[in-house]
Design a binder for this molecule. Structure first.
Ligand code: NAP
Ligand code: ZN
Length: 349
């Protein structure tokens, strides 16, 4: 079926309307009429060729929510009419150790929602800045939030799971003092989720304008990281730091804030590396530097259910598809509180 989408033909060109095709649903496939799609900084990195290997035309978008409009004959998990979501994964090998553990995000054959090889035309996956998507039922999540919150649920499919998964893996909870660095799409979800998990949350931002806003999100304390005195007040006091910053920066300033045995986990994926951290900052207090990528499908469902139970959604600004290029420029300036979401009905116009 031919549908409308928004994407780019090259990294230095703006996104524009495109016609793309979706396969007819196979036996295990679910077809989703996309209502909303969140705008992740990864979309910008990929479509502007800041990361290696972008294939064009590139249609970004991996924070997808909508309603099931068709199912294949063998589909058992979803029905026509269900409210569902799709995140960053649309396929994996389904039989390796990672897939068996529900960690499809670490499968060597994981197929991303966009820019990954597929037998479907045009030979690579095309994401959620589009009217419909067809996905194997294993990678389709149930949405239990009220329908009125659907647009604000979309960012949970990437920003939500990318912050929830490391917070769970490093067992963040009551009695922990943790830091969230970079209060953008990911960071603002990190604050909300860590707060709901019972941790004492310190938000670290470069933006003075987010000082009050981060408190409203659930941060117990806010530090403007450019201010050395404010940073020093938290020296050697944090159990864990979730670093979501989308640009290279000095990691040592944050290592100094970790307690003995503390961990800083990087989820931000800047186009060029951070300056190497000082070895002594790690060995002196047995500190760890770690990374984490999105989350597996069972954990994504767990995160969605956790957020529904705790009434957590993203803070969003809704845009039309034809506003995406301006939205990217604003995202780069940190001028969004905190996630743009495309109203996919605007694609029909
Ligand atoms: P975003 O909304 O643009 O937020 C990034 C935040 O980082 C900004 O709001 C800003 O926060 C801070 N920041 C940006 N530039 C900075 C700079 N030069 N110096 C210091 N701080 C800066 O982006 P996002 O969608 O949350 O994504 C963040 C990063 O995570 C991106 O690199 C994205 O590709 C990556 N990502 C990774 C995964 C994964 O699986 N690991 C998943 C999704 C996204 P303040 O204004 O508060 O300083
Ligand atoms: Zn993302």
């Amino acid at each position: 079926m031919i549908i409308k989408a928004y994407g780019a033909h090259a990294g230095n060109l703006p996104l524009e309307p495109l016609d793309i095709t979706r396969r007819a649903p196979g036996a295990h496939d679910v077809r989703i009429d996309i209502a909303y799609c969140g705008v992740c900084h990864s979309d910008l990195h990929q479509v502007r060729a800041e990361w290696a290997g972008t294939i064009y035309p590139c249609v970004p978008g991996h924070e997808i929510v909508g309603r099931v409009s068709a199912v294949g004959a063998q589909v058992s998990r979803h029905r026509v009419g269900d409210l569902v979501g799709v995140g960053c994964i649309v396929e994996s090998c389904q039989h390796c150790a990672e897939c068996d553990d529900g960690l499809e995000n670490y499968c060597n054959h994981m197929v991303g929602t966009y820019n990954a090889p597929t037998p479907d035309a045009p030979g690579h996956t095309l994401g959620g800045y589009s009217q419909q998507i067809v996905v194997h039922e294993r990678y389709v999540l149930r949405v239990r939030h009220p329908e009125a919150q659907l647009a604000a649920v979309a960012p949970l499919l990437c920003a939500g799971i990318t912050t929830y998964s490391p917070l769970r893996h490093w067992k963040v909870g009551p009695g922990h003092k943790i830091g969230v660095v970079g209060i953008g799409g990911l960071g603002h979800m990190g604050i909300k989720i860590a707060h709901a998990m019972g941790a004492h949350v310190v938000a670290f931002t470069t933006s003075e304008s987010k000082r009050a806003a981060a408190k409203a999100l659930g941060a117990h304390e806010v530090v403007v990281s450019r201010n050395a005195d404010e940073m020093a007040a938290h020296a050697q006091s944090l159990d864990f730091i979730l670093n979501t910053v989308a640009a290279p920066h000095d990691l040592d300033a944050f290592f100094a804030l970790l307690k003995r045995d503390g961990t800083m986990t990087l989820v931000g994926a800047p186009a060029s590396p951070h300056p190497a951290p000082a070895v002594f900052n790690l060995i002196m207090k047995r500190r760890s530097l770690a990374g984490s990528m999105i989350g597996g499908i069972p954990e994504t469902q767990e995160m969605l259910d956790f957020c529904a139970e705790h009434d957590i959604v993203a803070d969003i600004e809704m845009i039309r598809a034809d506003q995406i290029n301006t939205a990217y420029d604003r995202m780069l300036k940190g001028d969004v509180k905190y996630r743009f979401v495309i109203d996919c009905a605007s694609l029909a116009a």
